[in-house]
Design a protein around this ligand. Structure first.
Ligand code: EPU
Length: 347
């Protein structure tokens, strides 16, 4: 790719605060920050050895990150926009979405057009480029079920490379971009195949009951999207009001034998079978039973309605939130013998 036609990309000078760019609302600075509006902007940034060699942090919506200290490097804020229909037939539509598009706005666009597949993923904060990174999921659906492919800028070669579903190795809150492909690529566009003949998935938790409470007789994309929005708004704090990054930990998967021993000690322990010998246990339950639900220490704490979410009430510090997360991990481990892994990227 030629750096011939970069848009007016903006390179901010030293010590720019990242407070507006992370949903925890942490006031941490970075040496440099650049706003990327086209893939060519990336080529322009990386054509200088100063920035090519610098430590970097790619940010989408900043909704899955905990910043604990000054970032001595270049923050790359991906703001590539655009929703384009690339192909369609009677049943499906293939859509190309810029990595910087807001995920929820993309969901609303699809719902409004009558394209199904992502309505259960309404109101997830963050950008489209971050969705495949951690294979976002909610209410019984993960983005991999509609994912077609993505394009990413390869830092070493300066080329844009296409990755298909099998290349991404999607798992629960996992993709190869968190692992073997980490730090080598910057996602620029994602392609989703959405359905014009949607099948509805309302089997998760209280989704069906919420639709009934809403008085919905006939299922539709709009109704399901609205039900998910209602559930999320009733349980999860709005980052505009209370800083947070959604679920701080992943739900742990434990051996069935371990689960059975927990059942003997705590008869109401919830769990969902994920394979013949493995059970996924809700981290929220473990954290609540370890006594952390609604915990508050100064400006930080554990959300009172969903203990999987750590919060910054105002002027909290990233390091304090990290320390709190370690305390929670230790106490859950002590009580249940289960190790909780952070879902959020701690920087
Ligand atoms: N629970 C409690 N106490 C609580 C809340 C929940 O014990 O205060 C237990 C209950 O047993 C409940 C179970 O946890 O049945 C599951 O709760 P919920 O449906 O709220 O989901 P979750 O497992 O806690 C996951 C995702 C969320 C996603 C929801 C809905 C992870 C790490 N989190 O949470 O994703 O919205 O399911 O599908 O898998 C995120 O990733 O940031 C996120 C919010």
């Amino acid at each position: 790719m030629q750096p011939s036609n970069p848009s007016e990309f903006m390179l901010t000078d030293r010590n720019i605060s990242l407070k507006p760019y992370n949903t925890f609302g942490l006031d941490v600075a970075a040496d440099y920050l650049t706003h990327i509006r086209t893939p060519e902007d990336l080529e322009a940034v990386f054509s200088t050895s100063k920035f090519r060699l610098m430590k970097r942090l790619v940010l989408g919506g900043g909704s899955n990150i905990l910043l604990t200290r000054h970032f001595a490097g270049l923050v790359i804020k991906v703001e590539i926009e655009g929703i384009t229909i690339m192909d369609e037939d009677a049943d499906n539509v293939l859509v190309k979405v810029g990595a910087g598009e807001n995920w929820h706005q993309f969901v609303l666009w699809a719902v409004e057009k009558g394209y199904g597949g992502i309505e259960n993923l309404s109101l997830i904060p963050g950008t489209v480029g971050a969705a495949p990174m951690q294979n976002i999921g909610a209410y019984g659906v993960e983005q991999e079920s509609v994912f077609h492919s993505l394009e990413a800028y390869e830092i070493a070669s300066g080329k844009v490379v296409r990755f298909y579903k099998e290349d991404c190795k999607f798992g629960y809150r996992y993709s190869a971009f968190k692992d073997t492909l980490k730090e080598k690529y910057i996602i620029t566009d994602v392609y989703y195949r959405l359905s014009k003949q949607p099948t509805f998935n309302i089997s998760y938790g209280n989704l069906k009951a919420t639709l009934e409470d809403m008085g919905v007789d006939e299922l539709s994309l709009v109704a399901i999207s609205q039900a998910v929005i209602n559930i999320r708004q009733s349980k999860l704090p709005d980052p505009i009001e209370i800083g947070n990054a959604g679920s701080f930990f992943k739900n742990p998967v434990i051996l069935k034998k371990h689960y059975q021993s927990l059942q003997a000690a705590f008869d109401e322990v919830p769990g969902y079978e994920v394979s013949t010998d493995e059970i996924k246990v809700p981290a929220a339950w473990l954290i609540e039973k370890a006594g952390w639900k609604g915990y508050k220490n100064g400006e930080i704490g554990v959300h009172s309605k969903q203990p999987l979410v750590l919060v910054n009430f105002g002027g909290g510090q990233g390091q304090d939130i990290k320390n709190l997360s370690i305390e929670i991990q230790n106490s859950v481990h002590k009580k249940f013998g289960i190790a909780l892994d952070a879902e959020v990227n701690i920087i």
